[in-house]
Design a protein around this ligand. Structure first.
Ligand code: BTN
Length: 254
């Protein structure tokens, strides 16, 4: 496998195997900025304890992309969620660049990316906050199914290979880093507004009836909008609900 060719903003830590690149990134970030400056990128060929959102496992055999970025933005912790949308847009553009015309690529709230209606990538954000509510660091983990996908997920999954895209993990890593930098620069220059707008252009389900599974209840309603903080606004029979964490399903994917 060739070596990654990354922009100088990234500091690559390349591992054969690790429990979780997010866990490793947290361990390094906790050692301080000298050991893990902004842009430190942990990349592993496999994970033995990969984690997904909402306490789930992320199946991580060799053959897919598993990486986590240490970010040290000067923002309040509430803004950290914006990185999930920045990363989703970056993955969207990775698929547009490496894939062929005719593929359907969509962003799915909060931070998943779908290829031909199935989940091909997931993003996991973890944040450490100081006493003032400022983000000490943000860990952004990306799992992209390149060669393999799990068959036992609530939402159908796929991989690049299964959809006929011949890119390697390294191609995806290189491309993701470039696209993430591009969207981060847009965010630095103009804030969340262009990220939100571009994400909404590329998302699945806006204006449609969806199901949102929360920890203790399942809601049905129309996905009307994404608010200024990235929360999903759902119009239900009992009024508008603002949702910050949950899993979205569509009539055709149940
Ligand atoms: C999701 O549930 O959709 C998010 C999945 C995120 C998986 C990635 S793989 C690299 C990084 N390390 C982890 O343990 N999880 C994230």
């Amino acid at each position: 496998m060739r070596q990654p060719d990354l922009p100088s903003a990234y500091h690559l830590v390349s591992l054969e195997t690790v429990d979780s690149t997010n866990a490793e990134a947290r361990r390094l970030a906790a050692l301080g900025e000298d050991k893990a400056p902004d842009g430190t990128l942990i990349w592993a060929k496999e994970q033995t304890d990969g984690r997904g959102r909402r306490g789930r496992k992320w199946s991580s055999p060799p053959g897919n992309l598993y990486c986590s970025l240490v970010l040290r933005p000067d923002v309040a912790v509430a803004k950290a969620a914006e990185f999930g949308f920045i990363a989703a847009l970056a993955v969207f553009d990775v698929l547009g660049t490496l894939g062929e015309a005719g593929h359907k690529v969509q962003c799915k709230w909060p931070n998943d990316v779908l290829l031909n209606d199935k989940k091909v990538a997931g993003i996991l954000l973890e944040t450490e906050t100081d006493a003032d509510g400022h983000a000490d660091w943000v860990i952004l983990g990306l799992g992209l199914n390149v060669g393999i996908f799990p068959g036992d997920t609530d939402f159908p999954a796929t991989s690049l290979r299964a959809e006929g895209v011949g890119a390697t993990e390294v191609d995806c890593l290189d491309s993701f880093c470039r696209q993430f930098l591009k969207w981060t620069n847009a965010w630095l220059e103009e804030g969340f507004a262009p990220i939100r707008k571009n994400w909404l252009w590329r998302c699945i389900g806006q204006g449609e009836e969806i199901e949102v599974r929360l920890d203790k209840e399942t809601l049905t309603g129309v996905f009307t909008d994404l608010d200024e903080d990235g929360a999903l606004l759902l119009k239900t029979e009992d009024g508008e609900r603002r949702i910050t964490a949950g899993d979205v399903f569509f009539a055709s994917t149940d």
